[in-house]
Design a protein around this ligand. Structure first.
Ligand SMILES: [Zn+2]
Ligand SMILES: [Zn+2]
Length: 274
């Protein structure tokens, strides 16, 4: 089973992505959480265009990606889990948790270090919040993130199948928790025991700084609970809160070409161009 998953990685990832995209698109149309304010056509071509650019960037810039590196580490006996005896299921679950915690810490770091924030803030300049916001990351951030993931794989030595599962889960949960879907409040409350919900992550996209400095998790909410970065709700409420960054309100910045140069834009100048 595990070898089958590794051999069919590409089709599994693409299939899971397409199914989730379809389900959430319909969900957002049927039961939207908030009305959208910017052009959906512009946002979708930009955000989905980035998915295409980022996939090619990773393929062309890295000789080997995290899954391939995990297979190599397994062959060469590199990393912790390749040198200790533990049942496969334990190694897979532990690897999923460590990788998810690493992504949480990386997200905190991208907010805290000014140079990294310049790259990551592009994710936050979306003026609306829907499933495509979860796919909106600068290509350089995607490359750095892959480098960090490969570093974690080198130290941890996770089973390659765990890395495939991790990538699929992260992609699916990122789309889900950015979606503009109205979940019944009791369902949201229940899901928050083990999953980051759209209402939980939306707080992270607030223009209010103390709110965007909370809820960093993408898949499980436990790291935010554990490290004290959890904030239950936005102070203005979900319907009235403003999404994005105060410094970049001009809709022209939603176009794909502006997304690439976002890290080089000066915030003060952007306010005056509105
Ligand atoms: Zn962020
Ligand atoms: Zn986000």
């Amino acid at each position: 089973m595990t070898t089958w998953i590794i051999h069919h990685e590409a089709i599994l990832r693409l299939g899971a992505f397409a199914v989730m995209l379809g389900l959430l698109t319909v969900g957002e149309l049927l039961t939207p959480r908030r009305p959208l304010t910017a052009s959906k056509a512009v946002r979708w071509y930009s955000n989905l265009g980035l998915v295409f650019v980022n996939s090619l960037t990773l393929r062309w810039s890295f000789p080997i990606l995290a899954v391939g590196f995990a297979s190599l580490a397994q062959e060469r006996q590199w990393g912790l889990f390749n040198n200790i005896a533990a049942p496969t299921a334990v190694r897979i679950i532990a690897s999923l948790l460590v990788l998810d915690c690493a992504i949480y810490l990386q997200h905190v770091m991208f907010h805290a270090v000014p140079l990294l924030w310049r790259l990551h803030r592009m994710h936050h300049t979306d003026l609306d919040y829907d499933l495509t916001t979860g796919l909106r990351f600068h290509p350089v951030e995607i490359m750095l993130s892959m480098g960090i993931k490969i570093g974690v794989v080198a130290v941890l030595g996770p089973p390659a199948v765990a890395v495939v599962l991790f990538e699929i889960i992260l992609n699916l949960t990122a789309m889900f928790n950015h979606s503009n879907i109205m979940l019944p409040l009791h369902v949201d409350r229940m899901l928050r025991w083990f999953l980051v919900t759209p209402d939980m992550h939306r707080v992270h996209h607030s223009v209010i700084h103390k709110e965007s400095d909370s809820n960093f998790g993408f898949s499980v909410p436990w790291w935010d609970y554990l490290f004290g970065t959890y904030r239950a709700q936005p102070q203005q409420g979900h319907a009235d809160m403003t999404i994005g960054l105060k410094e970049f309100r001009d809709p022209k910045y939603l176009h794909l070409v502006w997304l690439f140069v976002q890290p080089f834009l000066r915030a003060e100048k952007s306010i005056t161009t509105k």
